[in-house]
Design a protein around this ligand. Structure first.
Ligand SMILES: O=C(CO)[C@H](O)[C@H](O)COP(=O)(O)O
Length: 220
């Protein structure tokens, strides 16, 4: 089974978490794209979706799924998205696709965060995958110095601009023993929009695809 087939299997399993007549929160990335395609098949049974990126909005619209402005949505039973790394407590590193800020905003509104991953994303300690940090351009040098002081090696993501018009610093070399503490500490740096640690609000359910099927894990 290829990695992409596993991503698709996890995405298909997430369709069971979609409530009839609801507005669905939708993530970004290749795994989320499989979920969007599945949602397209059941579009008559949902009201619509809130997208976490322009790319996902375009794909949802391509399936004829109505898009909602988050400011007009007060109830969203589920948010479904992939991750770059996830640990046993269901804390994650996200933002490989650069959509971390909108992902965190949409996820916060949802009652339940369902993470869809293939087994390669499961780790004991977060940080092998570089941690994305979205930064307001004029603060790039300041934020880079502060991230270095926290023990990381920030590398600007070349040629990349977020949907919000900002930059991404990918922070290498972190061994993240306290994900919620580091998430808060980085977000305190002036000029940081947000960082890709999803620990204060981790996943509620993990659908982890393996060659032997999709395992369901829930947060303790
Ligand atoms: O956080 C994300 C995008 O900002 C993605 O969920 C993450 O990068 C995983 O991507 P993929 O499903 O393509 O492996």
């Amino acid at each position: 089974m290829t990695q992409d087939e596993m991503k698709q299997a996890a995405a298909e399993a997430a369709l069971a978490f979609v409530e009839e007549g609801s507005i669905v929160g939708v993530g970004t990335g290749s795994t989320a794209n499989h979920f969007i395609d599945g949602l397209g098949r059941m579009k008559s049974r949902i009201r619509g979706a809130v997208a976490s990126s322009e790319a996902s909005a375009e794909r949802l619209a391509g399936h004829g799924i109505e898009l909602f402005d988050l400011n007009h949505v007060s109830e969203m039973p589920v948010y479904v998205d992939g991750a770059d790394e996830i640990d046993a407590s269901l804390a994650m590193i996200k933002g490989g696709g650069g959509a971390l800020t909108r992902e965190k905003i949409v996820a916060e509104v949802a009652t339940r965060f369902v993470c869809i991953c293939d087994e390669t994303k499961q780790v004991e300690v977060l940080g092998h995958y570089p941690l994305p940090v979205e930064v307001i351009p004029m603060a790039q040098a300041l934020v880079a110095r502060e991230l270095s002081a926290l023990g990381g090696r920030p590398v600007p993501r070349a040629g990349f601009v977020t949907d919000n018009g900002n930059l991404i610093l990918d922070v290498h070399g972190l061994e993240i023993r306290d994900p919620a503490g580091l998430e808060t500490a980085i977000n305190q740096i002036p000029g940081v929009v947000t960082n890709g640690l999803f620990a204060r609000r981790g996943a509620d359910v993990l659908l982890l695809a393996t060659p032997n099927g999709v395992r369901k894990l829930t947060a303790a």
